[in-house]
Design a protein around this ligand. Sequence first.
Ligand code: AMP
Ligand code: MG
Length: 310
Amino acid sequence: MKTIVTDSVKETAKIIKKGGIAAFPTETVYGLGANVYDEKAISKIFKAKGRPGDNPLIVHIAHKKHLEILAREIPEYARKIIRQFFPGPIALILKKNEIVPDVVTAGLDTIAIRMPSSKIALDLIKECGFPVAAPSSNLSGSPSPTSFVHVLQDFKGKIPCILIGPKAKFGLESTVVDCTGRDPVILRPGVVTLEQLKKINKNIKYQSRTLKIISPGQKYRHYSPKAKVRFVKRETSNLKRGTAYIGLNKKFAKGFEHVNICSSVEEYAKHLFSFFRECDQIGIKTIYCDKVSEKGVGLAIMNRLMKAIG
Ligand code: AMP
Ligand code: MG
């Protein structure tokens, strides 16, 4: 298949409107989008990614009025989250309306909805005129793409269109919040933090790994480079070839073949997936990563690291 690589929102929207799929930039990671109402187009996303059919997609909107079309029963706390964080790197799980095809939600009675803040993503969705269902634009199991270069690595020749734009501002997938119960529950931590959401609803919880899996995506090993991922320890010094380090601590960073010292947890989050991909490209065998405290964005970093370690 010929892959059109373009910076034209119009050209990309045209392909999606005709029932095709296209990768596009957002502030979290690149997405792989299709018309939410077109079942055939949606199934192309699952096929291209090799995504299990029981892992639902996030539906991206550019107008808040589309919330009421896609979802029913929006609780007051969810409305507060929407007022404060839409558009932004957060997806809400709500009860879905009939109009949403079952393939999008993997047969669930609920739907994940997000309004991206990235201008180019919003322009694309507006140009389409309908909500765009889009998971991350990576092959299932590989690290999420934070630059169009990563999308090319996974999908050149396999999808009809890649809309190129800036690198992802945040570099981690959205915070996913279940808003179908009495109180909200974080299913996937992200850049919108538990602490920020607590200010809206003090009863909000983060569903730890031991609890029942509500979000199907959580059961799959994710975000994994080909290299092994390990936490760095003091003893992990004078290392040899084939090892890499990413983290906040300069003093750990000696003796590695490839290093990324980050100046903040935000920078760590932003660089993590692209570092994983760089390491695979140069044949690194083991990537050592700093542990961070599970505060703020640190909770999301530790969640992704635990998944990559497996
Ligand atoms: P991705 O867009 O690739 O980051 O994946 C979307 C994430 O949202 C996955 O972890 C899904 O399991 C989760 N998700 C999407 N829809 C729902 C839903 N209706 N209920 C629970 N989790 C969902
Ligand atoms: Mg994904």
